[in-house]
Write a protein that binds this ligand. Structure first.
Ligand SMILES: [Ca+2]
Ligand SMILES: [Ca+2]
Ligand SMILES: [Ca+2]
Length: 448
């Protein structure tokens, strides 16, 4: 800060006990804009085990995808010239609010910035390359802010930077930037605390007397993973996780990056939503829709980063509709396996006897015996007469399954089978994912 540091520090201390003067105007100094690009993102090749679709994509291709994605059309309303020059309304805390933590910071004016209302925009120009301009806006509640510089004139590259003005410290805190090259739209998105937000535009390359649009939209119905609008800000996922989210507005995009473990060779992806589609990058370097139903098994490399994204497909976006994106390792074991029979037959020995059916319950588990949501397990019954009943079961979102297998009742009386051995029917009725440790024996009860 230039001059506001001391005076504003005093202001901050008393902010909830006495109202700041309406005319209080803060001058903020121009920050050092972070110019880091997203080229340090590493990608790994991904293969779909379902269709052997080899997918190779380069950083360049990813950047092209991101650039194309960023040309989407969020529009903002342009403020009238009159309203853009009006002083922001101050929302002053009362004396009684001194102990209320929920009180938002007051709205300030900033002497070297142009105020605009959140949800609207201004027409602005950059007349010289390298020029920086400042704008400010405000929200009395926590909100997801998307600052943008759109309708950039031909031949220029303007960039946008989004900051939060911390009224306790008097400092501006960097939140997001958008550095797309060329005169494409720039969107810088961040979830913000209530308070004052500073937007900068910079004529990174070129200039023009023609106006562009600068402003910011605010979205309140965001999910816990926001703001994840770019590959660089993708939500990190490891192990076995279900990511539940929504689209807070029509153009909300949710990026996720799954990092495989050192011993991982498969990534299982399941997606559920009535209003969204999940995508991954296909062999052409383009985003490709994931199967709408069921699980897609991708062959992956260890220690790789694999990107997914979710977008709204409903004609009218509904922030109340959640999606579920399940990203997991392969199921390799069954945990807490339980096998029961409700035919009220008499146990004959060391196992369970059944006449025509057996019920299996348990949890799908990965190689580390961690529960796998939507994990696939294979159940198998060996009945007398050489009958083998096999069923592939998909666990639910908790990794749990509950499945009954039916088999042909036998006649002739007596009992068949015994509870040992893993591969010799009919001795072994149930073959789990790990026959060495999960073997369970049963007897088929034959009617006279
Ligand atoms: Ca740009
Ligand atoms: Ca979202
Ligand atoms: Ca998002």
């Amino acid at each position: 800060m230039k001059i506001g540091s001391l005076s504003f520090a005093a202001l901050a201390i008393s902010i909830y006990s006495s109202a700041p003067a309406f005319s209080e105007s803060i001058n903020i100094s121009e920050p050092d804009f972070p110019d880091a690009t997203n080229t340090d993102i590493s990608y790994s090749d991904i293969y779909s085990a379902d269709n052997s679709d080899a997918i190779n994509f380069s950083k360049k291709e990813i950047n092209a995808v991101r650039k194309a994605n960023k040309s989407r059309g969020d529009t903002i309303r342009i403020q009238s010239k009159q309203s853009s020059k009006a002083s922001p309304n101050l929302q002053l805390a009362s004396t009684q609010a001194v102990t209320t933590m929920a009180s938002p910071p007051p709205q300030y004016s900033f002497g070297n910035c142009t105020a605009f209302s959140l949800g609207s925009g201004l027409l602005a120009t950059h007349e010289a390359q390298g020029q920086v301009k400042c704008y400010n806006t405000y929200s009395a509640t926590d909100i997801k802010v998307e600052a943008q510089a759109s309708s950039q004139p031909a031949g220029v590259n303007y960039d946008v930077f989004l900051y939060f003005y911390n009224h306790n410290t008097g400092s501006t805190e960097f939140k997001a930037s958008s550095l797309n090259t060329g005169n494409v739209n720039d969107f810088a998105t961040s979830v913000m605390p209530a308070g004052n937000y500073i937007v900068y535009t910079r004529a990174t390359s070129g200039s023009s007397t023609s106006a562009f649009v600068v402003g910011a939209l605010g979205f309140s119905g965001y999910d816990q993973h926001e703001a994840n609008e770019t590959l660089a800000t993708a939500t990190q996922v490891v192990g076995n996780q279900i990511m539940t989210g929504n689209t807070d507005h029509n153009s909300d995009i949710d990026y996720y990056v799954y990092t495989t473990a050192a011993d991982q060779s498969e990534l299982d992806v399941t997606f559920n939503s009535s209003n969204h589609v999940a995508q991954y990058v296909n062999s052409s370097g383009n985003w490709s829709a994931l199967n709408a139903s069921g699980t897609t098994a991708f062959q992956v490399n260890p220690n790789g980063n694999y990107y997914f994204r979710v977008i709204n497909t409903a004609a009218t976006n509904n922030p109340l509709v959640n999606y579920q994106l399940s990203l997991t390792r392969k199921a390799e074991f069954i945990g807490n396996a339980q096998v029961t029979n409700d035919e009220n037959l008499t146990n004959v020995c060391c196992g369970l006897d059944a006449h025509s059916r057996i019920n299996f319950t348990g949890y799908a588990q990965d190689a580390n015996h961690v529960t796998v949501p939507y994990g696939k397990v294979r159940l198998r019954v060996y009945a007398v007469g050489g009958e083998i009943v096999t069923r592939d079961v998909t666990a639910n979102s908790n990794g749990y399954f509950d499945e009954t297998l039916n088999f042909t009742p036998c006649t002739g009386g007596g009992y068949y089978g015994q509870g040992s051995g893993a591969t010799s029917p009919p001795a072994f009725w149930y073959l789990g994912m790990d026959p060495q440790t999960l073997g369970l024996g049963f007897f088929q009860h034959c009617s006279p």
